[in-house]
Unconditional design. Sequence first.
Length: 528
Amino acid sequence: MRDNLRRLACGHFVYDNPKLHFKQDNIELNITKNVVCEQSFDIVSREVTKGVIWSSNERVKIIDNMFLGTVSTIHYIVDTNGLQKDDVIKGKFDVISNAGEYFLEYAFTVTAQFLKTNENDIADLFQFANFTRDYPEEAVAVFLSDNFNILIENDTKLSNIYEALKKENNTGRAIEEFLVAAGKKSPVLINLCGDKERSYICSDDRRDTIALEKNAWGYIEADICVEADFISMETKHISAQNFTGNKCELAYIINYEKLHDGYNYGRIIINTYNHKIVTDIEVKKIYAEYPDENTNEIYHDKRKLMYEITKNYLDYRMKKFDTGVWAERSANLIERLRTLDYDNPLYMLMQAQVYNLRKMNDEAQNLIEQVQVSKDDAFLYSYYLYVKSMLISNAVYTAKAAIDIKNLYENGNDDWRILWIRFYVDLTFGHNQSIKLMRIKESFRSGCKSGVMYMEALNVMNNQPHLLRVLDKFEIQVLTFGCKNNIVSEKLALHAAQIAVSDKNASNSKIELLKNIYKIYLRMLLFV
């Protein structure tokens, strides 16, 4: 007022009063709840203008309520603490100035807090559940973040559950339990597809599968155990990665040699953190070659001799004796076999092979001419071609035999014994050891647990340790076989130990393997 009086006394008259302008007609913003947020707006005038401003709502406060100039930026803060999503803070800014009185209305809508991720923002637990489904690995980091509680809001019970689960070592399972407790997803349950009781009549090893189905997406871990020595599982642990869609198959093998006479009983048990599935197995042992109980003794004698022949072969491959000793011992064992079953074509071929090794070519030729085999028996026919190619010793015949054996193997006869024969007639495997190792691993996954194939795989690894790239079940089995027989090379042992040490996912089998390697090469492993 004094300034106006002085101006008038000096004869300075203002005929046009200045006017204020706001750059916006009103203010409408979304602001996250439970924050104090600073915002601003501008007041514009053609003339220097001064005035004061205040807010009608106590949740909106002016930082400096006086302004002066032609363009003035007014800073204010909005406090959303204690408000809920979709609450609205309404009011207006009142302005008194030398250009008159004005007001600017505002409305601030409260929105939920959210967590930022590389993929998208998460504003509530429902969105977190969807995020976990689509990005399970990234969800672990979100769940363990310091700001995760903003998604829980004021639910004390759920907050306590979260704090307890956050301390769990298995974060994947903790997330699953948390989302179930929050009612954002159904618990994952595994169901058995098919009968809970299975019956078999076996005259040899038998491979079968259990089909499983899960009811929903989410974390799943299950341990598989058996209650019977004659049942072998191809895997003892499954996770969500083992499922294709909602389906999973568990393969198991009934080991004929571990069956006793009559009926055998066992169980396969699948344990998850929230339930258990049991499959009962009943197996009746029979003798395919000799169904008459009076001939059981002969049958067992034959199996024992075949075992001794195999062991003799493995001892030879382990360089415990030379070719001459191996051939002589094999000849004696095979002759005993033929006294039990003289016209058995397999035994005749085995004897012809030994005759050839002992340079008894006429005897070998006479014997193989007596053998009658059919292509319907893929293994026996493949073995016949192999032995005959040894006798003829002709590159053209051997190449043709290799093609015939390959066709038999690749047309539904994936018998590991045929694959073993291929190793000695097909030059491809000699030139490419990586392919050979891969084929042995495929055979292992199909149920082959023969020491003969372990020996072949170990020779590849010993000669080219760099082909050992992982320590899965197959590699551990082969290396364990090598450790038991003390035939793992130093380079392979060191390479295997380095892989095991660098693998963060330790298992009992890997630890046992390291122990076995450590016992063999103690000094060398001190520098791993």
